[in-house]
Ligand binder design. Structure first.
Ligand SMILES: [Mg+2]
Length: 278
C-alpha cells in the first residue's frame, strides 16, 4: 500500500480530533518553509499539551501522536520534542510512540525514534543540595517535589500562596552553597532547580549540528521562560520561533493555547497535501 493510501485509510479510522476550533489560526502558514527543509522543534508542557494541576496528569489528546508521526515522516525525521522532562518521562507520556527529543533541559538527546539516547550532560547532583531543596516541599501542603532526573522541580499550582516562601528558601540555600553549580528557573507555578552547565538552547544547538536536523530551518514553539533561550538562538539558524499563551519579544508569532498549536501542526500537513495535489 502506498504511503498516501495508508494515510487515507488511517484518516478514515481515526478522524481528526473534534475539540479544535477551526476559525483561529494566529500564525500565517505562508511563513513556514516546505517541510522538506524544516526541522520542527516542540516544547511539550503548555505547548503541545495543556497544563494540568500536577505534571503527572498531562495527557496526549487523540490525534496528536498521529500528527507528530506524520510530520516526522514528512520532515524525514527532523522533528524533535524539546523539554525539561527526561527522555524516560517523555516516552511514558507519549507511549507507545517515541519521538526524537532533547530532554532534561538539554541534558540528554535522542536523534531518531530508534536511536539510543545520548547523554550530553549528566552531572551528579549533590545529595546535600537535593536534601535541602526537597525540604522546601514541607513549607506548605500542596507543594509538590518532582525529581526530573537532571533537575528538581517544586510545583506550587496547588499552593500558589507559597510562591514567595519557596523562592526565599531557594535563595537561602544558594547563599549557603555559593559554589553549587545550580540555576533557578522560574516557570508557571513551578520553581525548577537545575545544573547550570546546559540549557534547552545548548541542547537545540547540539541537535541542529546533527543529521537529520543539520542544514534545515528550525521552527520552534515554546511557552515558558526556559524556552526563551531557544527563541534567542533561532536567528543563528535562520529559524522561526513562536510563543504560546503570551507574546514574547522577538518571536515570529504566538498561539493562544496548546489547542491552537495542535491545530496549526495538523494544518501544516493539510497545506502540503493540497500543494502536492495541485
Ligand atoms: Mg512548556
Amino acid at each position: 500500500m502506498s504511503q498516501d493510501l495508508l494515510e487515507a485509510t488511517l484518516d478514515e479510522q481515526f478522524p481528526p480530533e473534534q475539540e479544535e476550533t477551526p476559525e483561529f489560526v494566529p500564525v500565517p502558514h505562508a511563513l513556514v518553509p516546505h517541510l522538506s527543509e524544516t526541522a520542527i522543534l516542540l516544547d511539550i508542557d503548555g505547548t503541545l499539551l495543556d497544563l494540568m494541576p500536577t505534571p503527572r496528569e498531562v495527557w496526549v489528546p487523540p490525534g496528536l501522536a498521529r500528527t507528530l508521526n506524520r510530520l516526522l515522516r514528512r520532515t524525514s525525521g527532523a522533528l524533535a520534542l524539546v523539554s525539561g522532562r527526561s527522555l524516560n518521562d517523555i516516552d511514558l507520556i507519549f507511549a507507545p510512540d517515541q519521538f526524537p527529543a532533547v530532554g532534561g533541559h538539554g541534558a540528554e538527546m535522542r536523534l531518531a525514534t530508534d536511536a539510543e539516547a545520548v547523554d550530553i550532560h549528566a552531572p551528579p547532583r549533590e545529595k546535600e543540595l537535593k536534601r535541602r531543596l526537597a525540604a522546601i516541599a514541607k513549607l506548605s501542603p500542596g507543594i509538590l517535589l518532582e525529581d526530573k532526573g537532571y533537575s528538581l522541580a517544586l510545583h506550587y499550582r496547588l499552593a500558589p500562596h507559597a510562591e514567595n516562601a519557596i523562592y526565599e528558601a531557594v535563595s537561602l540555600i544558594r547563599a549557603d552553597l555559593p559554589n553549587a553549580p545550580i540555576e533557578v528557573l522560574p516557570g508557571k507555578l513551578v520553581c525548577e532547580i537545575k545544573h547550570s552547565g546546559f540549557t534547552k538552547a545548548t541542547g537545540v544547538h547540539e541537535l541542529m549540528s546533527r543529521e537529520p536536523f543539520k542544514g534545515r530551518r528550525p521552527l520552534f514553539i515554546g511557552d515558558d521562560v526556559t524556552d526563551e533561550s531557544v527563541f534567542g538562538i533561532m536567528p543563528e539558524f535562520n529559524g522561526l520561533s513562536f510563543s504560546v499563551g503570551r507574546r514574547v519579544r522577538g518571536v515570529d508569532g504566538h498561539f493562544d493555547a496548546p489547542r491552537d498549536v495542535r491545530q496549526f501542526l495538523a494544518r501544516l500537513l493539510d497545506d502540503e497535501s493540497a500543494t502536492a495535489a495541485s
